[in-house]
Structures are given as structure tokens and as C-alpha cells.
Design a protein around this ligand. Structure first.
Ligand SMILES: *Cc1c(COP(=O)(O)O)cnc(C)c1O
Length: 487
């Protein structure tokens, strides 16, 4: 074969000059440690500058650029405009703030560049270890199975696929045509939207997700659930799954899980729990009562990146019956067959338990974090967040121009500024403006929701850096802006 003269065999994507890359790497580490250490000094949010935004509309790079220059771009135009969920007063949506060791673990994982799908290598065993620990934390039996995925959204879909394929063993081959009637999923009206999306993705259709009304504490009405199941059966439909909430996204409501488990058993339905963040207090003995029933689910989703503070992204799905889990996804193609020996030996491939074949080594940051802190320190941090939520709710109740809009069973506090004499639509406008100014002035970053048509400022406290004084600041500044607005 003719050699193309200008192609050098020695050329790789590794650096030509290792020394300068090492120097750059050390600078990156120092910069990121400084970034973590200075989180309290930064604004809670900063709008990306025009310059930074323009720098993301460049043409496709054609020629090599120095790594130091590329890093400079990151350091000056990307890092300063982060989402800032590591800030002590970030309480938007439900996001954890990550840790420095989590960051380092992700660096090590990226360095190993392991594809954790198949093979006899340690990253496979690390993920298995993390799943064993997850079962123990959540009270699942040792015989259960599990998988790490990107987030609770994917964990929920994975569980729904297992439930669906278990319901009718022909679905994998024939699709939903194998099912003679319409399959139905039940969950409260407060169920996270990703479950409804999951129901769409697995071919059931969102019309067939029954949004069961909630009580005044935003928990599923089990009497109405029973009634809906009965009506659906009478109409010839096929109920197959109940989704319970351990911590709803709006208010942190916990459905009566034990009752749901009993109904699922009586009705022969799959019982899944979305415990994205609210399953986490299962590690606190004082939550034994409130989370009773969690351990009875057929499947459970929870996030490590929310209330376990692990760096994005990583969540876990647990399935009580490992054989049913495997049956839902396992394939026997020749190029993925596990061998007795050699590189293709080792554990049952993870690709037999989920949709993804190529998978990163996200288990490492979980493994390192759980070892670094131990369950004892997680218990401490979660208790701290729970106490902070009660403290914030107390501040709201003491201030007669503020109104608490929902009970606070967990770590989510919904409130609004309400000086009296204004109707909901006026209050909605004012409270949205308060929220915008809290964020734009870099004071704090709570988020929002609508509760019975009322615009709520919503703080979801999954933040290990928050202190009580941060909630004093939130309330004082909310009052200041509120008074400015009505003046
Ligand atoms: C955040 C959340 C989800 C989605 O989880 P991701 O990790 O963002 O995919 C699902 N359910 C609840 C209750 C949540 O709070």
C-alpha cells in the first residue's frame, strides 16, 4: 500500500508537550478548588454576558488551538456564568450542589475512560458495590437488582419498561399490539412530569396516565384511586401500574406508600415509587414511619445528584425482582455474549438491565462520596436541610406580610408576599417580580410553582452549604423587594 507522505504514524491526540499540559492541568485544579471555596462570595446567579453568548456562535473549528487558549475561553466565558447550584442560597427546582471530591472522582472516571457496560474490569464491580449500598439505604432486599442512570427521569422510564414488559411477556416481541386492551398507569396529580413523559415514551400514551386528585396536603386520594381502578376495569381497560411519590416536586408531599403497596398487591399491579429526592430520608430512623412502604415497592427511583449532593449526573433505579428486571432488557447478540474467561468475563453486563450500552463510570463519584462522608455525615446534612426548611417556614409564618402556601413535610417551602388587600392575579405578578429581582440581584435563587393558581416562591433545600442566616437573607430581601413594589 502506498504511504501518504504527510501522515505521520507517531501523530496522536495526546499532547506533544506533556509538561505544559501538566502545568495547565494543575492550574485547572487550583482554579476549580478556588471556585468551590469562593461560592459564598459570588452572586447566587449571574446572567451570561453578551460577549460570552456570542462566543458560543463561532464556526466549526478547522485548525488546532492551544489548550491554554481553549481553557482561557472556558475560564472567562463559561465558568463565571454557571448555574451556581453550588451557591449557599441556590434553592431552585431540586438541584444538589456537588462536592470537590465528586469533581475529582469525575476527573478520575473520565481519565479511566471506562465503558461500564460489559467486561471483567473493576469499574463494573464498583457500580455493583454502589447498587448493593443503594439497596441497603432504601431497605430493598439483597436479591434486588439496580442500575445507575443519568437521572430520576431515566430511572422512572426504566422501571416503567420493566413493569410494562412484565405485564405481558409478548410485548418485547410484538409491541403493544400484543395487549388486547388499553394499559393504564395511576399516579397523583402531583406526579412529576417526567413520569407522564415516560408513559408516552413507552407507548402507553399520556391519556392513559390517570392523574388521581390529591388531598389538601397534596397526597394522592387513595379512595379515588380505588374508584378509578374499578371504573377502568369495568370499561375493559388494563390497569398495570401505580406510581407513588416519595416527595413531590412542588411541595415534598409523601403519598401514603404503605396503602398504595397494599392496593397494588390486591389489584395485582406493579408498584413504582418516584423518590427522586424524597426517598433519601429513608436513611434517617426518624423517617421510618413517614417513609414506611418505600421498601415494599416493586421498583424505586432516586437521585444521587439531588439530596445526596453528588455531582451531576447520576441516579439509581432499584427493581425488587432481579429476574423480571433482566427479562425486560436482556439480549443475546453474539458480539455481547459474556464469556467464562478473559476480558468478556466478569459480571452480567449492565446492558442487560437497561437501554444504554455504552455507559460512563458515574459509579466512581458515588462510591468515593459515600466512603468520604459515610452515611453518618449524610444523615447530618439531610437533618440540617430538614431543620432549615422548618426554620424558613417559621420565618414566613412570623412575618404577617408573608404567607406559607403549603405544609412543609420535607425540604420544600412554598410561600408568597401578601400584604393584604390584593387578589391572586395581582399577587402573582408581584411575587413573580420579587423572584426575578432576587435572582437578578444575585441575592438568592429560589424558584417558583403555581399552587391552586397562586404563584409561589419555592425553596427546595438540597444544599449542604446553606446556613440559617441564608434564610434570614432570603426573607429580609423578599420583604424589601415586596415593599418596594407596592410603594
Ligand atoms: C427532579 C425530579 C425528577 C426528575 O429527576 P432528574 O434527575 O431531573 O431526571 C423526578 N421526580 C421528582 C419528584 C423530581 O424531583
Amino acid at each position: 500500500m502506498e504511504r501518504v507522505p504527510e501522515l505521520l504514524e507517531e501523530e496522536t491526540l495526546d499532547p506533544a508537550d506533556w509538561a505544559s499540559l501538566k502545568e495547565l492541568g494543575h492550574r485547572m485544579l487550583d482554579d476549580m478548588f478556588d471556585y468551590y471555596q469562593s461560592s459564598r462570595q459570588r452572586p447566587a446567579w449571574k446572567k451570561p454576558s453578551k460577549y460570552a453568548l456570542n462566543s458560543m456562535e463561532h464556526p466549526l473549528p478547522q485548525f488546532p488551538q492551544e489548550a491554554t487558549e481553549v481553557y482561557e475561553h472556558f475560564f472567562t466565558q463559561i465558568l463565571p456564568y454557571n448555574t451556581e447550584n453550588g451557591h449557599p442560597r441556590f434553592w431552585s427546582w431540586v438541584q444538589g450542589g456537588g462536592t470537590p471530591l465528586g469533581m475529582l472522582a469525575d476527573m478520575l472516571a473520565a481519565g479511566m475512560n471506562a465503558n461500564v457496560s460489559i467486561g471483567d474490569h473493576m469499574p463494573m464491580y464498583v457500580e455493583k458495590q454502589v447498587i448493593e449500598w443503594s439497596k441497603e439505604m432504601m431497605g430493598f432486599p439483597k436479591t434486588a437488582s439496580g442500575l445507575l442512570v443519568s437521572g430520576a427521569s431515566l430511572a422512572n422510564i426504566t422501571a416503567l419498561v420493566v413493569a410494562r414488559n412484565h405485564f405481558n411477556k409478548s410485548i418485547r416481541k410484538k409491541g403493544l399490539q400484543a395487549v388486547p386492551a388499553q394499559m393504564i398507569v395511576y399516579g397523583s396529580a402531583e406526579t412529576h412530569n417526567c413520569v407522564v413523559k415516560g408513559v408516552e415514551v413507552i407507548g402507553i400514551g399520556s391519556d392513559n396516565f390517570r392523574k388521581v386528585p390529591v388531598d389538601d396536603q397534596y397526597r394522592i386520594r387513595v379512595d379515588l384511586l380505588r374508584q378509578m381502578i374499578r371504573e377502568d376495569r369495568e370499561a375493559g381497560h388494563l390497569p398495570f401500574c401505580i406510581v407513588g411519590n416519595a416527595g413531590t416536586v412542588n411541595t415534598g408531599a409523601i403519598d401514603p406508600l404503605e396503602e398504595l403497596a397494599a392496593i397494588a398487591q390486591q389489584e395485582n399491579l406493579w408498584f413504582h415509587i418516584d423518590g427522586a429526592f424524597g426517598a433519601v430520608p429513608k436513611i434517617l430512623p426518624e423517617f421510618d414511619d413517614r417513609l414506611k412502604g418505600l421498601e415494599l415497592a416493586d421498583s424505586l427511583s432516586f437521585d444521587f445528584h439531588k439530596w445526596l449532593y453528588v455531582n451531576y449526573e447520576v441516579a439509581c433505579v432499584l427493581i425488587r425482582d432481579a429476574a423480571i428486571h433482566r427479562e425486560a432488557f436482556a439480549t443475546a447478540v453474539t458480539y455481547l455474549v459474556q464469556h467464562e474467561r478473559g476480558l468478556s468475563g466478569g459480571p452480567d453486563p449492565f446492558s442487560n438491565y437497561g437501554m444504554e450500552l455504552s455507559r460512563g463510570f458515574k459509579a466512581l463519584k458515588v462510591w468515593m462520596s459515600l466512603k468520604e462522608h459515610g452515611i453518618r455525615r449524610y444523615q447530618y446534612m439531610i437533618r440540617k436541610n430538614l431543620r432549615q426548611a422548618q426554620y424558613l417556614a417559621g420565618l414566613v409564618q412570623e412575618e404577617h406580610n408573608l404567607e406559607l402556601l403549603a405544609e412543609v413535610p420535607l425540604n420544600i417551602v412554598c410561600f408568597r408576599f401578601n400584604p393584604g388587600g390584593l387578589d391572586d392575579s395581582a399577587l402573582n405578578i408581584i411575587n413573580k417580580e420579587i423572584l426575578m429581582r432576587l435572582q437578578e440581584q444575585g441575592i438568592a435563587a429560589p424558584s417558583y410553582t403555581l399552587l391552586n393558581g397562586k404563584y409561589a416562591i419555592r425553596a427546595a433545600i438540597t444544599n449542604h452549604r446553606s446556613r440559617l442566616e441564608d434564610f434570614d437573607i432570603l426573607i429580609a430581601q423578599t420583604m424589601r423587594i415586596g415593599k418596594e413594589l407596592i410603594a
